[in-house]
Design a binder for this molecule. Sequence first.
Ligand code: PMP
Length: 407
Amino acid sequence: IPAIDFSEFRKDFPVLHQEVNGKPLVYLDNAASSQMPESVAQRINDYHRNEHANVHRGIHTLSQKATDAFEETRKKVRDFINADSENEIVYTTGTTDSINLVANSYGLSVLKEGDEIILSEMEHHANIVPWQMIAERTGAVIKVIPVTDSGDLDMQAYESLLGERTKIVAVVHVSNALGTVNPVKEITALAHEHDAVVLIDGAQSVPHQPIDVQDIDCDFFAFSAHKMCGPTGFGILYGKMNLLEEMPPYRGGGDMIDKVSFEETTYNVPPFRFEAGTPPIAACIGLGSAIDYLNHIGMDRIANREQELVNHAVSELNKIEGLRFIGNSDRRASVCSFVIDGIHATDIGTILDKQGIAVRTGHHCAQPILRRYNVPSTARASISFYNNEDDIDRLIDGIRYAKSFFE
Ligand code: PMP
C-alpha cells in the first residue's frame, strides 16, 4: 500500500486541538471511545438541520430522504465487513445490545439444560453477563477458555472444552483489557466442527483492521459506532441470514411486525424483525459517514500505521523500570495495559490527566481477566491512527514524572 502522511488526518479532528489542564491534549483513550472527524459531525448536523424525519413510515419526501440515508448505512456496513447481504446487518444501540439480542433471541430459543456456552477469560462484561442471565434461565452451563501468561487464549484448552453439548462459542476478537488479537478464524472453524454457533465481539477490532465476516465464517459479529469515529448510541449485529431467519424477535413494537391483531401477530423479515421502534436515525447516518471517512484512508493503512505506533509505545514503555504489561501478546492491537510497582493505576491516570494526557484506568469492564493477573486495575493507553509519536513520547514523559512524584 502506498505510504500516506497521517499528520494530515489529525487535522480532521477538532477535539484533538485543545488544551487540557493547560497542556495540549494527548488522547489515548480510543478503546473507550474514539474521536469524531469534522465530516461525521457535519453529516449528523446536516441531517438534524435539513433532513430530519422518521424512517420507514412516511410517504412524504423528507421521510423518504431520511429512510434512504438510513438504509444506505446498511449497504456501507455490508461492504465494510464484507457481509453477503445488507439484510444480514441488524441495527442495534451498540455491541452490548447486539450481544443481548443474540443471547435473548438465539440463546433462549436454542439452549436446553446442560447445553454449553464457551466464553473466554478475557471477555468484556458485555460478553459475559448476558450469557449468565440466559444460562440461569435455561440451565445451560458456561465454560471458560483460559488465558496464558502472555495474554493469549490457551487454544489447546479451548479444543478440549468443545464437545457434543457446545451450542455457542462467544469470544472477543481484540481484547480491550490486554490488546490481544485472537485467532477468530481458527476458533470459528473448530466450533463449527462441533456444530456450535460462533459470536465474535468485534468492538475493538473493527476500528483497527479490515474485517471480512465471510472469511472468518463467524455466525454473529457485534460492534459499536462510537469506537470507529462514529457517534454513541448505535451499533451493529451481523448475523448469517439462515440463522436470523429462524430467530424470534427480541423486542416488540413498531416496524418489526408484518400484521398485528389481538388474536395474532406475525413478524417482519430480518433485519427489521429485530428493530422495534424509532431507531437512532442520526447516529445511523453518522456511522455511514464514519465508514466513508475510514474507507477514504483505508483500513489496511490504518492497521499498518497503528502497528507502528503500538510498537513504538511497547518498546518505550518497556524501558520504564518497574512497569509491567498486563497482556503482552505478540499479536497486539491498539491497547497497552500496564501496572507500575508502587503506584496505583488511578494515581497514574490522575497525574497524567494533570498533564493533559487522557488514558483509562480501572478494570476496563473485564474483571475476570484482571483477577487472572492478580491486579485490581491497570492503566491503559489505547491508540488510534490520528495519534502520533509525540503523543507516545508525552505519555512516556508523563509516566516518568508520575514515578518521580512517588519515589
Ligand atoms: N466488548 C468490548 C471488547 C469492548 O471494548 C466494549 C466497549 N468497552 C464492549 C464490548 C461494549 O461496547 P458498548 O459499550 O459500545 O456496547
